[in-house]
Design a binder for this molecule. Structure first.
Ligand code: NAP
Length: 263
């Protein structure tokens, strides 16, 4: 029998890296994807030693045109059976919409939305044919309401949650599970990449600081159990329920406060 592969984008750090380690532990061979190939190779060596995991390292900028195509070509030319897809590559930008330059904000849409959609669209059909597959999209608690001062980021995550929930339903009974993982603030490189200047209150961890390993374990468990959405951590779940029950006018005022800096 051919070895089942998991493709993990954003495997060079944070939640994606933790998910890659979990998938190796669970017996998957891996395709590790990000721009920093040195970090991916280091992880590949570690997983080979720890679990004997075969790893294919793919250095790709998924925000660029052709980034996803080159990854899909690599998977296809090697004839890999992809059973598990993790779309974790993503970034946020903190600041007012009109003050942040357009280019990086559009780049966020290219990565968080376009690349995630294109890669899922490319790898899903084979899972449906085999009637076996898992797709884990790393969305965010940001998916549940608009996010003044991180407006485009929140909108990208709302898209990811919406797409995931729709695909989860479309694929019901077909043996393929799609899950949106919606973490709160988590200790990764995310915050330092999102803000050069004063940090939003969000990055001070007012609702706690998630551990990327625990977040990744929650995502893995949820997709294996066929859940549509998972918000890791009790405090985050309570916060999400509060937001969902609040009128939108209140949601945006609270989120604006959280996304502004205390300084
Ligand atoms: N940390 C949080 O508080 C938090 C909360 C909710 C949701 N999330 C979501 O969790 C996901 C993972 O983020 P993280 O927290 O683990 O942050 P992270 O440590 O910064 O990891 C981001 C990953 O995405 C990769 N990446 C970034 N730009 C890329 C590009 N253009 N092409 C290919 N890969 C790219 C990075 O690798 P390279 O730089 O090597 O390319 C890195 O592996 C993101 O989708 C983020 O929105 C994070």
């Amino acid at each position: 029998m051919k070895r089942a592969y998991a493709v993990v984008t954003g495997a060079s750090s944070g939640i994606g890296r933790e998910l890659a380690m979990i998938l190796a532990r669970e017996g998957y061979a891996l395709v590790l994807v990000a721009r920093r190939t040195d970090a991916l190779r280091e992880l590949a060596d570690r997983l080979l030693q720890a679990h004997g995991t075969p790893c294919v390292v793919v250095g790709a900028d998924l925000a660029l045109p052709g980034g996803v195509d080159s990854l899909v070509r690599e998977v296809s030319e090697r004839g890999l059976d992809v059973e598990f897809l993790v779309n974790s590559a993503g970034f946020g930008l903190a600041g007012a919409f009109d003050a942040l330059p357009a280019g990086p904000q559009l780049g966020m849409i290219d990565l968080n939305v376009r690349a995630l959609t294109a890669l899922t669209h490319a790898l899903l059909p084979a899972m449906v044919v085999r009637r076996r597959g898992y797709v884990l999209h790393v969305a965010s608690m940001a998916a549940f309401q608009p996010g003044p001062l991180m407006a485009v980021y929140y909108a990208t995550k709302a898209y990811v949650l919406s797409l995931s929930s729709a695909l989860h339903e479309e694929l019901r009974g077909k043996g393929v599970h799609v899950t949106a993982l919606c973490p709160g603030y988590t200790e990764t490189e995310f915050a330092s990449r999102a803000a050069d200047g004063p940090k939003p209150r969000l990055f001070e961890g007012p609702f706690g600081r998630g551990d990327p390993r625990q977040v990744a374990e929650a995502g893995f468990r949820a997709v294996k159990r066929g859940r549509a959405v998972v918000v890791p951590g009790l405090r985050n779940r309570l916060g999400t329920w509060f937001m969902l029950l609040s009128p939108r006018a209140l949601q945006v005022r609270i989120t604006r406060y959280i996304n502004s800096s205390a300084a």
